[in-house]
Design a protein around this ligand. Structure first.
Ligand code: ATP
Ligand code: MG
Length: 277
């Protein structure tokens, strides 16, 4: 086997995954979760533990069920069978009004950023505060400004989404997803569709937020560079189950043939020279 050009993780300023794993405090757990749409069985008995404080990367091919898995964490989908546990609470059968409370623990960056195009950046970020809190006036201004600064967009409040680049849209989406101070941030393909430099900035932002906000993060991606830069552990979704779970270090030597192929192909693709110089 040739050495694969998998990037090094950026470790400075971060607690080691070793230290995190010692706590073994499970934030989200899936127990034998099954989910079908029509005749198509997407999740075939998913087991997963996300530990408090870690960055868990979910890898898997297109249509393997990564977004579906995230939607189950939020209670936006209910499993056909199996259990979903969030902070020791079984949320599987909770009624909608209870799920509302559970969802406040999560910030979600959707695959498409999903900004409201008719609202300014400020109003987009303020939206969850207006919906879920009594906050108004100067306090609201301060919190929105603080979140925009966290994503390095301090003076964009009055812009409209149409004025923003793809990377900026993601960052505004991220500011909105953290405005209620979630305990967990879910990222669905945070770097897809971005050029490599912008993607790198988003990865740095994920790491910064992890450190500054002390959150737990789940990052869904096919971007192997991104996975190795931000992740503590990988869970590899294939054929409806997490066929392999382990640390980034273990992933390099994993003897799972499909995961190896997935890492190798993605890394080789990412290492291809581009015409841009
Ligand atoms: N609400 C739904 N109704 C019917 N089928 C669905 C629904 N949601 C997801 N699916 C199907 O479930 C499968 C998994 O979808 P999912 O969106 O989780 O894939 P993914 O791993 O996120 O893929 P991608 O990398 O392309 O985003 C797909 O075949 C999809 O068509
Ligand atoms: Mg998806």
């Amino acid at each position: 086997m040739t050495a694969e050009p998998i990037p090094e993780r950026r470790l400075e300023g971060r607690p080691t995954s070793e230290r995190r794993r010692q706590t073994r405090d499970v934030f989200v757990e899936f127990r034998d979760v099954k989910k079908s749409y029509g005749s198509k069985q997407v999740l075939r008995g998913v087991n997963l533990k996300v530990f408090r404080g870690e960055v868990m990367v979910i890898l898997g091919g297109s249509g393997s069920g990564k977004s579906v898995t995230l939607r189950h964490m939020l209670g936006l989908e209910a499993p056909d069978s199996g259990r979903v546990i969030v902070e020791d609470e079984d949320i599987t059968d909770l009624p909608e009004e209870e799920l509302y409370r559970v969802r406040k623990k999560f910030g979600m960056l959707f695959q498409s950023a999903a900004l409201f195009d008719s609202m300014t950046v400020f109003e987009n970020v303020a939206f969850p505060l207006r919906e879920h809190t009594e906050m108004a006036g100067q306090e609201l201004d301060r919190v929105v400004q603080e979140k925009l600064e966290l994503v390095s967009l301090p003076s964009t409040g009055q812009l409209m989404p149409v004025d923003l680049s793809g990377g900026m849209r993601k960052r505004v989406g991220l500011a909105r997803s953290i405005v209620l101070d979630p305990k967990v941030i879910l990222y669905d393909e945070p770097t897809t569709g971005l050029d490599p430099i912008t993607a790198h900035k988003i990865n740095e932002l994920i790491i910064d937020l992890q450190t500054k906000l002390s959150v737990t993060s789940v990052v869904v991606t096919h971007d192997i560079q991104s996975a190795f830069m931000v992740g503590d552990r990988i869970a590899f979704l294939n054929q409806g189950v997490f066929e392999w779970t382990g640390t980034m270090e273990e992933a390099r030597d994993a003897d799972h043939p499909v995961l190896r192929e997935f890492l190798r192909t993605s890394a080789v693709m990412a290492a291809q020279p581009t015409k841009k110089e």
